[in-house]
Design a protein around this ligand. Structure first.
Ligand code: FES
Length: 105
């Protein structure tokens, strides 16, 4: 299965994934620029901020409370923003499109 990360300049990174891996880990494993995951997935740094393509947002599940708190402090937050470490992938995310924010803390 594949996740597609798109940079602001439209550079695409196609990443293979196994279900159960978080979006943050997939980005790190594939050296996707701008995704750092500094806190190791503890929902405490915000450096795994990603914007899910509109049509895919429903597949990523609900934003949890700790995540909501971090996102509320993220200036670049978009309507479909998620923290990548809080989204576990599943098989039905094959083809998921993620847009990378312009600046990352
Ligand atoms: Fe730190 Fe996701 S890796 S909030």
């Amino acid at each position: 299965s594949k996740i597609i990360f798109i940079e602001r300049d439209n550079t695409r990174h196609v990443a293979e994934f196994e279900a159960g891996t978080t979006l943050m880990q997939i980005a790190l494993d594939n050296a996707v620029p701008g995704i750092d995951g500094d806190c190791g997935g503890e929902c405490a740094c915000g450096t795994c901020h990603m914007v899910i393509a509109d049509e895919w947002f429903g597949k990523t599940g609900a934003v949890n409370d700790a995540e909501e708190q971090m996102l509320s402090m993220t200036p670049e937050r978009a309507r479909t923003s998620r923290l990548g470490c809080q989204v576990k992938t599943s098989e039905d995310m094959d083809g998921l499109i993620i847009k990378l924010p312009e600046f990352q803390m």
